[in-house]
Design a protein around this ligand. Sequence first.
Ligand SMILES: NC(=O)c1ccc[n+]([C@@H]2O[C@H](COP(=O)([O-])OP(=O)(O)OC[C@H]3O[C@@H](n4cnc5c(N)ncnc54)[C@H](OP(=O)(O)O)[C@@H]3O)[C@@H](O)[C@H]2O)c1
Length: 310
Amino acid sequence: MAEWTVADIPSQSGRLAVVTGANSGIGWHTALELARAGGEVILAARTQQKGQDAVERIHRQIPEAKVRFEILDLASLKSVRAFAAKVNREARLDLLVNNAGVMRLPKRQVTEDGFEVQFGTNFLGPFALTNLLLPAMLRAESARVTTVSSGAANMGSKRINFEDMQGEKGYGPWKAYCQSKLADLMLMTELGRRSVAAGYSLLSNAAHPGFARTNLQTTGPGREMNAAERWMASFMSQDAAHGALPTLRAATDVNAAMGSYYAPNGSFQLKGEPVLVPLPKPARDEAAARKLWEISEELTGVQRPLKDSN
Ligand SMILES: NC(=O)c1ccc[n+]([C@@H]2O[C@H](COP(=O)([O-])OP(=O)(O)OC[C@H]3O[C@@H](n4cnc5c(N)ncnc54)[C@H](OP(=O)(O)O)[C@@H]3O)[C@@H](O)[C@H]2O)c1
């Protein structure tokens, strides 16, 4: 079968997308290609300067691109609510790409709402955002939520540690990242399950970029990669544009199914062409996903547009 490239993105004309973490790495390339395909894109970023710069960089390549920037800090529920309120004033929202994330903060830190930062930024913020944006998405003919996870979802303890979900008793930088990315996949599956139960025309799926050279490896740890890491990255990774392909495929492929998961097809899914891959086993635990959803509702205080029909 022919490899999937950005040339396969169907026209996005008339569609509105939100991409979180769109000022950098995979999110920026996702926004760029959605805009190139004619879509209107809201680039969500946590600082004014980075957001504006990201918009300018797209306009330099595509002067006619329909892109704009809105501030969104996923580590602040107040910011998430303010962003969602703005977007809900749009006629409809066709696509939400939950892309923003941080990785491996060396020491346990908390968000302004008191959540461990990786859990709060990578999962609870997107959980709240997704639910809060449902009004706009349900006004679209068929909306889609594509959540960016990681191969790390199938590493670490491979479970949600409900006894110490936010690392208060024991924090590990990598352990916390793995759990947050597994939680992302559970957000994806549980959103799909609840949407079907509610009879909504909303598709929920996911992607992971493999190993892509972005700011992710340095922002969280707060240091440059060491020699060994750079050596590994030199042959195991791909550039950010390629890293964005699984996300772009999940977000735009007309054949993408509910619950589908896209990743690179190379060894260990580290790089390569974007293909459909099986959901890792820990992410198929429906009971855990339901429990995580209910706890997240309580933690974020987000209203419940998507009730559990069971
Ligand atoms: N690169 C990889 O190899 C890899 C592998 C697996 C999964 N992923 C996933 O891919 C996604 C994108 O990461 P990337 O590789 O493109 O890294 P990146 O270049 O560091 O981009 C991450 C984006 O998330 C934003 N962000 C971080 N904290 C935020 C917050 N509190 N509120 C709003 N935005 C926030 C960053 O904003 P700032 O610029 O302000 O920090 C940045 O725009 C992440 O979900 C990551 O877990 C990446």
